[in-house]
Design a protein around this ligand. Structure first.
Ligand code: MLC
Ligand code: 5AD
Length: 723
């Protein structure tokens, strides 16, 4: 159990201004009370002056690149409009990409389904609920060829968000390109390949941290020789922000990850200049407008300074932090959904005022589904309007020289430097990730933020204030998972029947050998395996035979939700007390506290919700058990029975609930435990509620449900059952 509090900096206001402000405020409040103390751990002053600016930045294109990596920035070439997309089969995603490119999109960005992420073929029993749901299903080079059919890979740059199963996916991509006539050296694009943040927040790892770093070393070495225009890693803070990190944590851990990857390259005989020019970054852009702009300015400054300090490269390109950005999915709401168009626009403005190289703008229906045709058009048009109607791209670093912006940038650099130094002192990011400290810091931040929202001290329009009482129904995209699954399984069966299995066996055996021998390059051998039609699952298994599969351990943080929620005022503190009283009442009669098991089933690793719920419920007196990620319904049911819980709470962010929750209820029943209450929370579209209730679920908590309300409803149900 961990308990921490967030410290706040002291801030100084100009005396003359304080006098004037106090006069204007006529004793109703003080000038100091105008300092915004937000849950992100930063204070924003109501006024900045020249005294706040200690560093005047250099020009864009000059070290340390605070004002941008190019001298001309968007005045010569605007950022790339690169929408992240993928769903169902390769064929359907291909049609979607081609249409997007015809309508103004400039680069591709592939979203794979969770089965692919975790290295399972579509016919694997663990992934029945996941195939084609959160992205496109890719099992072999044949699927990859369909995905890029009629897309010129020597012209369109392609980003692929893949981390765990990065080896087979890169191999399929290289072979698909080759077979369409494009040699590897002409390929441009980016592979996410950022495994460190997977262990911290995103959770689509496969192998343990150390062999995973070996894989990254192999990829960097391979790209240097064979795919020099491809960015080898997209070092991602985005997922940290989505998981709850504030700007300084996001910034610090991302830069620290980047330093660790350079070290990884050096440890296998590459130089900083061999790899750093093709390291790229990825940041999330949330609603904290000024801070998000400052964050990108600070990121460039930090990277240039630290790479110079630690590695002293000869090539200036090694110092440039080039970044993709994505507006925050987490900031979008199910309630009053069209508000999300506005949120995304504001966030997109922060991204481009911060000087991003590439941007994804989220679709407004994000909180409940994958983008529909309409919502993805509006998301893309948001960027086209910024590029072509507003004049925003006609000035480099438009905020440069603002007292506030320079001061915020400097504060963020300083804050992040402290955290990076802490990481370095602990031996670098791989060690920290194994030890778990960055993950806990982020989870703590998430709990504080959620409590601030639940208590109303932070406003979310349409959720905790100005709630729209009228129903505004929005049509969302539905994926027919059974049809995708059927078609993938048929394709796999046909592929396996048509290939030369002796060649496949030999290619897979060579991969397994290479995993034991670090002088060999796993990616090179996987490309050979892809050529003879080995599948993603087979290549992964060939590696897993040596590396094993990583299993993470979960911890519950306590205290921070309660602290932050109680700051919302007396009424809020009372609210929590009354839930606790119900919990105590139950416990008195039961002889023990209500016990809840929070589970994540299927391959959905988004665990922010599960972690925040766990902290909140623990702070309200529940005994909380968190299940390991990726359980099957049968495993979750067994766990619930063994832990003797009263309630199972299934958290679902990737649409798996439709298949997996009814299976969980059935499993509990089959194992003689239908007295265990099942509740579901997360990204649950309203039209799914009925089916869940019909399956035996007692409560469904959609996005934005305040935790005390959930805890109250659950305990009331348990109390009723006691009588
Ligand atoms: C650009 N160029 C200029 C210029 N601006 N040249 C002169 N003057 C200027 N003003 C040049 C660049 O140097 C480069 O050439 C070329 O133009 C392309 O520009 P770029 O700025 O590099 O853009 P781009 O190719 O789009 O690359 C951006 C990137 C890259 C470096 C950030 O890594 C990228 O596209 N990342 C995208 C990652 C992504 O989509 N991730 C999705 C994650 S979603 P040259 O020759 O120098 O290269 C996710 C969600 C989930 O992760 O599932 O969890
Ligand atoms: N298509 C489009 N966007 C997606 N996202 C995730 N999967 C997809 C997909 N298949 C976006 C959402 C989410 C973030 C991680 O990426 O914005 O919040």
């Amino acid at each position: 159990m961990i308990r921490r509090t967030i410290l706040r900096a002291n801030v100084k206001l100009p005396e003359k201004w304080v006098t004037r402000a106090n006069k204007e405020l006529r004793g109703k409040r003080t000038a100091e009370s105008l300092i915004l103390r937000s849950s992100n751990g930063f204070d924003v002053k109501p006024i900045y002056t020249a005294e706040d600016v200690t560093v005047q930045p250099n020009l864009p294109g000059e070290f340390p690149y605070t004002r941008g990596v190019h001298a001309t920035m968007y005045t010569a070439k605007p950022w790339t409009i690169r929408q992240y997309a993928g769903f169902s089969t390769a064929q359907e995603s291909n049609a979607f990409y081609r249409q997007a490119l015809e309508n103004g999109q400039q680069g591709l960005s592939v979203a794979f389904d969770l089965a692919t992420h975790r290295g399972y073929d579509s016919d694997h029993p663990r992934v029945v609920g996941d195939v084609g749901m959160a992205g496109v299903a890719i099992d072999s080079v044949e699927d990859m060829k369909v995905l890029f059919d009629n897309i010129p890979l020597d012209k369109v740059s392609v980003s692929m968000t893949m981390n765990g199963a990065v080896i087979p996916v890169l191999a399929f991509f290289a072979v698909a390109a080759e077979e369409s006539g494009v040699p590897q050296e002409k390929l441009t694009g980016t592979i996410q390949n950022d495994i460190l943040k997977e262990f911290m927040v995103r959770n689509t790892y496969i192998f343990p941290p150390e062999p995973s770093m070996r894989v990254i070393g192999d990829i960097m070495a391979y790209f240097k020789e064979k795919q020099p225009k491809f960015n080898s890693i997209s070092i991602s803070g985005y997922h940290m922000q989505e998981a709850g990190a504030n700007q300084s944590l996001e910034l610090a851990f991302t830069i620290a990850d980047g330093l660790e990857y350079i070290r990884c390259a050096i440890s296998r005989g590459l130089t900083v200049d061999d790899v750093a020019p093709r390291l790229s970054f990825f940041f999330g852009i949330g609603m904290n407008f000024y801070h998000e702009i400052a964050k990108l300015r600070a990121a460039r400054t930090l990277w240039a300074t630290m790479v110079k300090k630690y590695f002293n490269p000869k090539n200036a390109s090694s110092l440039l932090l080039r970044t993709h950005t994505q507006t925050s999915g987490w900031s979008l709401t199910e309630q009053d959904m069209y508000n999300n168009v506005v949120r995304t626009t504001v966030e997109a403005m922060a991204a481009v005022m911060g000087g991003a190289q590439s941007l994804h703008t989220n679709a407004f229906d994000e909180a409940v589904a994958l983008p529909s045709k309409t919502s993805s058009r509006i998301a893309r048009n948001t960027q086209l309007i910024l590029q072509e109607e507003t004049g925003i791209p006609s000035v480099c670093d438009p905020w440069g020289g603002s007292y506030m912006m320079e001061s915020l940038t400097k504060n963020l650099v300083d804050e992040a430097t402290k955290i990076i130094e802490e990481v370095e002192a602990k031996g670098g990011m791989t060690k920290c990730v194994v030890d778990g400290f960055p993950k806990l810091r982020i989870e703590e931040c998430a709990a504080v933020k959620q409590a601030a929202i639940d208590s109303g001290s932070e406003t979310i329009v349409g959720v905790n204030k100005y709630v729209n009482k009228e129903d505004s129904k929005v049509e969302t995209l539905k994926i027919d998972n059974t049809a995708v699954l059927k078609s993938q399984v048929e394709r796999l069966t046909a592929l396996k029947a048509s290939r030369d299995s002796a060649k496949v066996e030999a290619a897979l055996a060579a991969i397994t050998e290479a995993c034991k021998d670090s002088s060999k390059n796993i990616l090179g051998l996987a490309i050979e395996a892809a050529r003879v039609r080995a599948t993603l699952g087979e290549i992964t298994s060939a590696m897993e035979a040596v590396f094993g599969r990583h299993v993470a351990k979960s911890q519950v943080i306590q205290g921070v939700y309660l602290d932050s929620y109680s700051r919302g005022g007396e009424e809020k503190a009372e609210d929590m007390k009354s839930v606790r009283a119900l919990v105590d009442q139950f416990a008195a009669k039961e002889g023990r506290r209500p016990r809840i098991l929070v589970v994540k089933m299927g391959q959905d690793g988004h665990d922010r919700g599960a972690k925040v719920i766990s902290t909140g419920f623990a702070d309200m007196g529940y005994d909380v058990d968190i299940g390991p990620l990726f359980q099957t319904p049968a495993e979750a049911a067994k766990h619930a029975i063994e832990a003797d819980v009263h309630v199972v709470g299934a958290s679902s962010q990737a649409a798996g609930h439709r298949t997996l929750v009814p299976q969980l209820v059935a499993q509990l029943k089959a194992q003689g435990a239908d007295d265990i209450v099942v509740v579901v929370g997360g990204v649950i579209p309203p039209e799914d509620y009925e089916a869940l209730y019909a399956a035996g679920v007692s409560h469904v908590f959609g996005p934005g449900s305040p935790i005390p309300m959930c805890a109250r409803e659950v305990i009331q149900t348990l109390i009723k059952r006691q009588k």
